[in-house]
Design a protein around this ligand. Structure first.
Ligand code: DGL
Length: 272
């Protein structure tokens, strides 16, 4: 048994898809979340910058007395690959989402959506083993993150519908029966994506897949909490806590949470 918190981070609000799944599956766990909303998006930046930000984020979250760190960010996970600057048990989203997609696909055609950096890295294809048993169709969706961060997710909105169609069309044309939402922001657009792709297509939330794998690990290593009451969720953000709070509730509903501000200077200066 281990009553320390579960640490989860992302460039912004996307990792909340991992938080909400974690809270649903293990409501008594305490969660510490960090969203670098002042510097989002990461996915249109160079690999060097993403690695620099990732190291700062990992240092911050590791400092919060956590028992595991989850990079609930496809961009960070695919840039890091297997070399992770973290002394604690660490989970990214790439392997959990790839494993889930391989389990779910029936026709072995898997669509991959992600930020430009993620798609360029080829990390999901490598994790799936593109070319042998499985065929991957990958598309970068650079405008999805700013849309989500600004709350533009309503499936009735014509901008949302046309962007979903524009990005997802190649995946639909290739007949994929499973689509990895390889950026953790994208499940916030799930309704619109589901409407466009159709109900038969399985959508894999990378953040939710990472939550399940991390929880399985905590179970296997006897590191789950024995707390009786509901766990707390404490969020840190580099931009406005009020904006974070409002958007967070719009996306993941009424889960109680406390939001605190940390400045980029504190983050970079490691003065947590
Ligand atoms: N949520 C992120 C991801 O999973 C990051 C998006 C971004 O910052 O561009 O890739």
């Amino acid at each position: 048994m281990n009553n320390r918190s579960i640490g989860i981070f992302d460039s912004g609000l996307g990792g909340l898809t991992c938080v909400s799944e974690m809270h649903k599956l293990a409501p008594r766990e305490n969660i510490i979340y960090f969203g670098d909303t002042a510097r989002v998006p990461y996915g249109t930046r160079s690999r060097e910058t993403i690695l620099e930000y990732a190291a700062q984020d990992i240092a911050l979250i590791s400092d919060k007395d956590v028992k595991v760190v989850i990079a609930a960010c496809g961009t960070v996970s695919s840039a890091l690959g297997d070399s992770v600057p973290c002394d604690l048990p660490f989970f990214g989203v790439v392997y959990p989402a790839a494993n889930a997609a391989v389990r779910m696909t029936r026709n072995h055609i898997i669509g991959i959506t992600g930020t430009p950096a993620t798609v360029k890295s080829g990390a999901y294809e490598r994790a799936i083993g593109n070319g042998s048993t499985y065929r991957c169709v990958s598309v970068a969706c650079p405008l999805f993150v700013p849309m989500v961060e600004n709350g533009i997710t309503d499936p009735r909105d014509t901008v949302v519908r046309s962007m979903v169609e524009r990005y997802l069309a190649p995946i639909k044309e290739h007949g994929a029966d499973t689509v990895i939402l390889g950026c953790t922001h994208y499940p916030h657009l799930e309704e619109a994506i589901r409407e466009y792709m159709g109900d038969d297509v399985v959508l894999v939330s990378s953040g939710a897949a990472a939550a399940s794998e991390a929880l399985a690990f905590l179970g296997e290593t006897n590191a789950l909490t024995d707390r009786e009451q509901e766990g707390s969720i404490i969020c840190y953000t580099t931009d406005s806590p009020e904006m974070f709070y409002d958007n967070a509730h719009r996306f993941i509903g009424d889960i109680p949470m406390t939001v605190k501000k940390i400045t980029v200077e504190q983050l970079v200066g490691k003065d947590h």
